[in-house]
Design a protein around this ligand. Sequence first.
Ligand code: AHR
Ligand code: AHR
Length: 484
Amino acid sequence: MDTGRVLGAVDRRIFGGFIEHLGRCIYGGVYEPGSPLSDSRGFREDVLELMKRLRVSVLRWPGGNFVSNYHWRDGVGPAAERLERPELAWGGTEPNTFGTDEYISYCRELGAEPYICLNMGTGSLEEALAWVEYCNSDRQTHWADLRRSNGQEEPFDVPWWGLGNEIYGAWQVGALSAEEYIAEATRWARAIRMLDPHAKLVSCGELGWTDWDVKVIDALAPYVDLHSVHIYTGSDDYWTNVLSPHAAERAIQTASTLLRRSAYKHQLPRAPRLAYDEWNVWFRAMDGGLEERYNFSDALAVGTFLNIFVRNSAWVAIANMAQMVNAIAPIVTSTDAAVAQPIYFPFLLHSRGHLAEAVDTFVEGPRVAAPEEHMSRWRHRIDDLGPFDLVDVAATVDSERANIALTLVNRSEDVERVEVVLKTGMFARRGRLQTVVGSERPSPVPGVQEASTHEGEVEPKDAVVVLDLLPKSFTLFESGITRR
Ligand code: AHR
Ligand code: AHR
């Protein structure tokens, strides 16, 4: 590997999360007033603890499909006056006891940046402007004053605003055609920027390569900072499951080319970047509260997604794991415990281990061909991609080029011996290894699988270090380097 070949600055926002009013994600997950496990604000402390360890950098909210019929004013003000509403996306009742103020305190508690997705389904531009004013204005005006009267003197300074969620889809309340969306989103973007010139806007993309993406990127690049894309993968077939995240590589390549083209066409100083603002393994729990139970092959897929985001740091500015608690999530609660599913651990090691700049690696070794099975559910094919490295790797260095971190996904059913060779410089100290593998231990929450972490050290020799990776494992390797 060559620590001099920088691929891009790693934006810590790729270690972001997403919480939606869906099943037990917020109510009974993040927020459970009255529970002995909750603090005075109603936040589950055991969940907060697991979230904090992940160092979630940016937290998207309130949806997802939910947002397309969400009216933020129902969720602010005295608890007793908040209105219950039918919830159309997932079919429940929304109590509105968790709203904007609660979300902002949650973000502050986590040290995460807020990222609010706007309702472009049944919401109006007027309502969106009022929300931006409520959150971000320091003027003595109606909606900013409402925030003050709710006890929040200082503006929330919400930097990120999403212009709608999956608004192209028939499952979305108030779905729009690309032409309708472009016309609406252009009006919204101009108006929001008039109110808050610092607002960072995100256009609603699809999968990164669809006709919707082509049209929306072409028209909206002058008005937005980021274009959003979503990806879910998953299969009972092991190889399909662990390799499918590579579909994200095609999406990033295609979308970034479209963004570059549109920026050139519109003579923009810089092309918008990408927000992978929903991504995860999801294919089992398709209804109810989407309470997906993960195994370790899903964790290998999650480690690969994050490796892909690190390698594509030049383009991926934000990524939000969908979601964080109970609904397709790394954290699961019961009334008396919160536990981590296997997919928690690659996120943890990535978020805690990776450094400022992604650098290039060249992998020489066994490869695997793409499996024949297609994931028709989510329209991601990989049969035309590959072959893929058996061990998937991403590498970063700090800005002084004194420390190095590697994340390695060993998809093989055997121990794989990997020789890491520095093209320039030497290793400066012993390397630290943290490896996670699946485990059969019973979890305090029935049905949840455990994972076990192994720690160790390895002695490099000059520019080479040898790692023996456990079968089906995820590893973070950290060491020091010298330039020469
Ligand atoms: O994360 C679950 C759902 O997946 C979200 O609500 C929606 O945006 C996507 O279809
Ligand atoms: O991504 C589209 C998803 O497909 C929706 O969130 C879900 O409701 C549908 O099954």
